[in-house]
Design a protein around this ligand. Sequence first.
Ligand code: ADE
Length: 232
Amino acid sequence: MWRADILTLYPDMFPGPLGASLSGDALERGIWSLATHQIRDHGRGRHRAVDDTPAGGGPGMVLRADVLGEAIDAVSVADDPRPRLYMSPRGRRLDQAFVRELAGGPGAIILCGRFEGIDERVIAGRDLIEVSIGDYVLSGGELAAMVMLDACVRLLPGVMGASASGEEESFESGLLEYPHYTRPRDWEGRMIPDILLSGDHGAIARWRREQALKLTRERRPDLLDPRDDLPE
Ligand code: ADE
């Protein structure tokens, strides 16, 4: 079973959307597991404080290294093979290659931050890999963790009904996806392209590849390798 352990101050946010649809079914079927852990359980003092003012001054609060170290150690035993990830806009940008790598492993331990951030020493002290889901700032790592988990879980064996459908979609081929159509053939005067109704599977495959290339060139030229310029 692919196992996710989440460290958060807001365990009630989970499973959230991960409890529905494809990932929710897979959770119920035991293909993956999700456990949340309240960071505050390791808080200090009568008020179970988890944060403090930043050394050197400045706005906001910083999650304490001792609290986080303890919280991580309570979840991750010494020889746990799972990567320890810290959701952070400073991190390595999540992409389909990294998702595939994570999904191919035993799971993940995921730290979700709040406030201004976490004490920097925890990152090296507990070998955290910082992961960002994009160049914008969320109010915490929880939604980012859900996005990452959704992307991973759908790749686990047995999760996608027609498992082949994962291989043709955007990014798996390195291209954006070709356009899809279904009935009716004429919708408000907009027709399904004739080639798709021709029954010529070779021609359809070539057309789709051309469309994928055209879309990628127009919208995401950064994804294109020069070798992809000639349709196969
Ligand atoms: N926490 C706040 N913003 C984030 C982002 N863009 N990616 C991952 N974690 C975050």
